[in-house]
Design a protein around this ligand. Structure first.
Ligand code: TXA
Ligand code: MG
Length: 351
């Protein structure tokens, strides 16, 4: 299959691309498109055969359900039940935006999309082109992140091409994504809402709207969780090809330990990479090591936006051992560290 990659430059061009993307979706094809979080791989959510193609293209386990993207808040009631006052308030507060809600599903949604579960994940993205593509595709677009299963999520069209070129019909290039990590997932099918995956929308923001909110133990797991309510959270995920280790502790000690580990690995002839911050980059010895800044220490938004790109860059440079500083202390620290711990296979060294 030939994958076309298209950029919209003018309004007229954008309209033409959206019409073509909508047509491909309605015909059961696959279109990757930008959202404010990461690029999604879209298929018509009401067509089980189209959904099946997503699993094939990504190499995704078929028990891992997809998020359905809508372009109108009112469409939620067509695919989900249990839309009570709390759900309406959440949609009002955070949609369009990076929040996915889990609710009991209606029969219109095929089991092939929900991995056989009786609940459905729904989100309305905050991205103009995404909303128009969803509407043009019929209004219900199943879209997981547009990466090969297990690889870091794509934050630009080039990442999608790298993973899925030749496997999907079209990629709409909208430039780098804003947020850079996937949406917060909140399970509203339980009496007390539960965060299944942390994201830019934080627990305290959600509590302001719905009161008590629990956090699934898998979110803060220090080792590979055997169980997770979001099936996707139990798989190896977001991983670069090299071995990633996180070093956590007081900044000076972290720099010393990463430098020691890097010397050691380089001494064994390995290519070494370091994930540092603007402030700490100058503290590492340079020759032969790939030292990258993920952003300024206090800039949680930059750190989230750069994480997956850095992991992919290390892959392209064939780095074998990657050492990362930890970013717990930031406001978005929970979401970033959740992804980083998983990418590291839970290898965290405390100093
Ligand atoms: O930001 C995002 O959410 C991106 C963009 C493209 O919208 N999408 C995304 O989709 O991250 P994906 O498929 O990579 O992650 C969806 C997660 C998986 O961990 C999956 O297991 C979980 O959502 N999920 C989907 N439906 C669910 C359900 N009914 N119950 C529990 N978890 C569910
Ligand atoms: Mg994903």
């Amino acid at each position: 299959m030939k994958t076309v990659i298209e950029t919209y430059t003018t309004r007229a061009r954008c309209q033409e691309l959206i019409r073509r993307a909508g047509q491909i979706l309605k015909n059961g094809g696959l279109v990757a498109f930008p959202t404010e979080t990461v690029y999604g791989l879209g298929a018509d959510a009401l067509n089980p055969l189209a959904a099946k193609k997503i699993y094939e293209a990504k190499g995704r386990p078929c028990d891992n359900p997809l998020i359905i993207h809508i372009a109108e808040k009112t469409d939620l009631r067509r695919i989900a039940s249990g839309v009570d006052r709390r759900v309406e308030d959440l949609a009002e507060a955070f949609w369009p935006g990076p929040l996915t809600l889990i609710l009991p599903k209606k029969d219109i949604i095929p089991g092939a999309v929900t991995g056989g579960l009786d609940t459905v994940a729904v989100r309305m993205p905050r991205h103009g082109a995404a909303l128009e593509i969803i509407a043009a595709g019929g209004g219900f677009v199943a879209a997981p992140s547009a990466n090969l299963s297990g690889r870091p999520s794509p934050t630009c069209a080039g990442h999608v091409m790298e993973d899925l070129g030749g496997r999907i019909d079209m990629i709409i290039d909208g430039g780098p994504t804003d947020i850079g990590i996937e949406s917060t997932i909140l399970d509203m099918s339980e009496k007390i809402p539960v965060i299944l995956r942390p994201g830019q929308v934080t627990a305290s923001q959600l509590r302001e709207i719905v009161g008590e909110v629990a956090i699934d133990p898998a979110v803060e797991a220090k080792s590979h969780p055997a169980r997770a309510k979001a099936p996707g959270m139990k798989y190896r995920h977001y991983a670069p090809r090299g071995t990633l280790s996180i070093v956590a502790g007081e900044p000076g000690a972290v720099i010393r330990e990463i430098s020691r580990l890097a010397e050691c690995a380089a001494g064994q002839g390995k290519r070494v990479g370091i994930i540092a911050t603007d402030e700490t980059v100058p503290c590492y010895r340079k020759q032969g090591w790939e030292i990258k800044s993920i952003g300024a220490r206090g800039d949680g938004a930059a750190i989230a936006a750069n994480l997956y790109r850095l992991l992919r860059e290390f892959d392209a440079q064939r780095v074998e051992e990657i050492y990362s500083e930890a970013f717990d202390a930031l406001p978005s620290g929970q979401a970033v560290m959740n992804r980083l711990r998983k990418a590291a296979g839970y290898r965290v060294i405390h100093v």
